[in-house]
Design a protein around this ligand. Structure first.
Ligand SMILES: Nc1ncnc2c1ncn2[C@@H]1O[C@H](COP(=O)(O)OP(=O)(O)O)[C@@H](O)[C@H]1O
Ligand SMILES: [Mg+2]
Length: 307
């Protein structure tokens, strides 16, 4: 398929004894925002570094823009903008001066490249503030400005919103979405924050202990998430017994002593309520819920949730 901007085949990284990335097959489509979601240590940065040629590939391969990156670095990398770890900005220069240096090093030819990039991220052009005086949010923005300065087709951003305040996060989200929707850019972004990927990404890859456990569009994932009725009751043990006896075959899950889920949402809720009350179970709450992405993440990683 040639609408894939990044494709990896059995991409694997072993550090010493440790397999950090295990046979990962990633598919990033043109013009989409792909969110790579995983806890700290899952392997996100290592995958991005291999795609960018910043660390060697133990086995497998990476194709970018339809070509194996091996031997094609000079053609491929100018078309990518990336933030992997903090870029080495000079503390005693201003943001503009820093970008001008990077623009020269990269041979960016457009004269207004620095100004445009600063505009996009909402930082002032030619102001006097030194990089050392920047807030964390401003530093992150400058990093993004640096990554987009040469108008790349593909952005690879490793946890770019770490340390930003909520307003800064919302602004960056908005301009990443604009870059993708209005200017057709492809974005691969990593995060350990589930809600962030939920709000931003079109497609998602869930990485856990080096394995890509799931890859799908967010739309598909949302469809997969089941609806259920949440019951808050005086005793879930007793309630479960009543369900088994009176409404046999109902699919349910006990969350704790007081909260349970009933997955068949088309069953007669008033009847369940009635049965509970008749059997002296206090019903404090019953409402239809959507299984969240967080539940899904827990389910497929077989453990506790993520931020
Ligand atoms: N340079 C390195 N040398 C040895 N182990 C590493 C190195 N970089 C990362 N790792 C290990 O590889 C695993 C994946 O790390 P990383 O890709 O940084 O995860 P993430 O970005 O998802 O937090 C971790 O267990 C980490 O400790
Ligand atoms: Mg990382």
């Amino acid at each position: 398929m040639n609408d894939l901007v990044i494709k990896t085949e059995n991409l694997t990284k072993i550090y010493g004894e440790q397999k950090a990335v295990k046979s990962v097959n990633l598919h990033v489509k043109k013009g989409r925002i792909y969110g790579l979601l995983g806890r700290n240590g899952a392997g996100k940065t290592t995958i991005m570094k291999m795609i960018l040629g910043l660390t060697s590939i133990t086995s497998g391969e990476v194709q970018v823009f339809g070509k194996n990156i091996k031997g094609q670095e000079k053609r491929i990398y100018p078309r990518i903008g990336a933030i992997i770890e903090t870029p080495g900005f000079y503390p005693n220069l201003t943001g503009t001066e820093n970008l001008e240096i990077f623009a020269k090093l990269r041979g960016t030819s457009r004269p207004d490249a620095v100004k445009n990039a600063l505009d996009v991220v909402g930082l002032p052009y030619r102001d006097k503030k030194l990089f050392s005086k920047y807030s964390l949010g401003m530093k992150q923005r400058l990093g993004i400005a640096n990554a987009i300065m040469h108008d790349p087709e593909l952005l690879i951003l490793d946890e770019p919103i770490n340390g930003l305040d909520p307003i800064g996060i919302a602004e960056i989200r908005k301009f990443l979405q604009d870059l993708s929707k209005e200017r057709g850019k492809t974005i691969l972004i990593s995060s350990h924050i589930l809600s962030e990927i939920d709000l931003l990404a079109d497609d998602i890859g869930i990485i856990h202990e080096g394995n890509l456990l799931e890859e799908s569009s967010m739309d598909e994932l949302r469809k997969k998430n089941q609806k259920y009725v949440l019951f808050r009751v005086s005793s879930t043990v007793t309630a479960a017994r009543i369900l088994e006896q009176k409404c046999g075959g109902v699919n349910y899950l006990i969350e704790d002593d007081n909260v349970m889920r009933v997955y068949d949402t088309d069953i007669d809720l008033s009847r369940i309520n009635q049965e509970f009350i008749t059997n002296n179970i206090g019903v404090y709450e019953s409402r239809v819920c959507d299984e969240s992405l967080e539940d899904y993440f827990k389910e497929i990683t077989g453990g506790v949730g993520i931020a």
